[in-house]
Design a protein around this ligand. Structure first.
Ligand SMILES: Cc1cc2nc3c(=O)[nH]c(=O)nc-3n(C[C@H](O)[C@H](O)[C@H](O)COP(=O)(O)OP(=O)(O)OC[C@H]3O[C@@H](n4cnc5c(N)ncnc54)[C@H](O)[C@@H]3O)c2cc1C
Length: 382
């Protein structure tokens, strides 16, 4: 496994870094304190080409690769993992999925508005009774002439409270179990579509998470993504790329935690010298650095293979499993290095710690990632 960044990747990094530091950084405290989603800024990111980063320029995207999308999330996360999560849900889970699987008509209708930030997207898979076992969903869609009527609900959906367009899954043939699932593109204005509560979370505050209800929601039959009963292929073909791309949020968190730790430990003096001189502090710094180096390799090499073969599941699962656990550890280490100051909200490390934990749960939990890795290794070897 290997990867190399090219000029386009560096351009994405510089563009997003400047955007994040100039425009996003001043809003972070308010986002976390009030669970405030900076909607105008989110839509503005569309004008930089970063929302539709993986869709062709013909549909108002940037025509770049998944490595570019991950770099975008990595740089946003160094400032606000919550903002990066909302961007990831919009641009990868919803938009990239829609572009890869949609008919020409669906692509022409929805991709440009999502790529430019005119509309905000979300992906609705999880339900109150089906998370890891997502394909056991209860939401059903019944055909009625040239429409489907959808009944059911979704929960924990990133961007649901603000989304204009939802890519949602429902059973079109419940008797077929996971083989009877279809994907639908649903506009928030459709009759029977209702946004539920915005959920209050420990971290990722400022990335709105919510419930969705389909009370006999009427969706045009043409809005089936791909073919009827082929929704499980869409879920499965998107999940590994989604995992590897979202893992970049954990990488960005680790980079920020290390930078904060280095700066603080050089400035803070105890026993007459900077705490950076103490070997127990240096141990944490060495471990944080190693976590970053390993995560970077795992994530970007997984993405380079996934670009050619979307079924490389174990590489993606390993990347996010390792990076997410390393991110939580590095945030806790950063707090420890900062002592009492680290425990205070004003120094921000505790926000990154709360945000980091989500990546061990969302996009498939650590346990599910281990199952995927072990299953593939046992079947195919390493
Ligand atoms: C902030 C946030 C944002 C999210 N955004 C989205 C989104 O945009 N769209 C969306 O569809 N979903 C979203 N989710 C849902 C997320 O994908 C699920 O929470 C996740 O898949 C886990 O499902 P669950 O919470 O129901 O946990 P469960 O599946 O109930 O798992 C509970 C525990 O049991 C373990 N477990 C389950 N099965 C096994 C097994 N076979 N072996 C061993 N252990 C097992 C799990 O690892 C976990 O520790 C989001 C969640 C959060 C918290």
């Amino acid at each position: 496994m290997n990867f190399e960044f090219n000029e386009e990747h560096e351009m994405v990094r510089n563009t997003v870094r400047e955007f994040a530091r100039k425009e996003l950084a001043p809003l972070c405290e308010r986002m976390d304190r009030d669970d405030y989603f900076p909607e105008d800024l989110f839509r503005k990111l569309g004008s930089t080409g970063m929302l539709g980063i993986t869709v062709p320029t013909e549909f108002d995207g940037s025509g770049l690769d998944y490595i570019s999308q991950a770099i975008c999330l990595e740089e946003l996360s160094r400032v606000s993992p919550a903002f990066a999560l909302s961007v990831g849900a919009h641009s990868n889970l919803c938009l990239d999925n829609l572009y890869r699987n949609g008919s020409r008509e669906l692509i022409e209708t929805y991709v440009p508005q999502l790529a430019t930030g005119k509309s905000i997207g979300c992906l609705g898979l999880t339900e109150p009774d089906s998370g890891s076992d997502s394909l056991s969903m209860k939401t059903e869609a019944k055909r009625d002439a040239d429409e489907y009527v959808i009944t059911g609900s979704k929960t924990f959906i990133t961007n649901a409270p603000v989304a204009d367009i939802c890519l949602a899954y429902a059973k079109t043939d419940a008797a077929k179990g996971s083989k009877g699932v279809s994907a639908f593109v649903i506009e928030s204005g459709y009759s029977g579509y209702r946004k539920g509560r915005k959920l209050d979370k420990m971290g990722m505050r400022g990335s709105p998470t919510g419930e969705l209800f389909f009370d006999g929601c009427r969706v045009p039959a043409n809005n089936v993504l791909g073919r009827e009963n082929e929704g499980s292929h869409i879920v499965m073909s998107g999940l590994s790329v989604e995992r590897a791309v979202l893992a970049a949020i954990s990488l960005g968190i680790q980079e920020e935690m290390l930078e904060m730790s280095v700066k603080y430990s050089k400035e803070r003096k105890q026993f007459g010298e900077p705490i950076a001189n103490f070997e127990l502090i240096q141990e944490k710094i060495a471990e944080m650095y190693t976590g970053i180096a390993a995560s970077r390799l795992l994530i970007y090499s997984a993405l380079s293979v996934l670009q050619k073969d979307r079924r490389r599941n174990k590489e993606a699962a390993a990347a996010i499993m390792f990076a997410s656990e390393a991110a939580t550890r590095s945030a806790l280490d950063c707090i420890q290095i900062m002592g009492g100051y680290g425990y205070m909200k004003e120094f921000q490390a505790e926000r990154f710690m709360r945000d980091a934990k989500l990546l061990e749960i969302g996009a498939g939990t650590t346990e599910i990632r281990k199952i995927i890795i072990a299953r593939e290794v046992l079947k195919e070897g390493i």
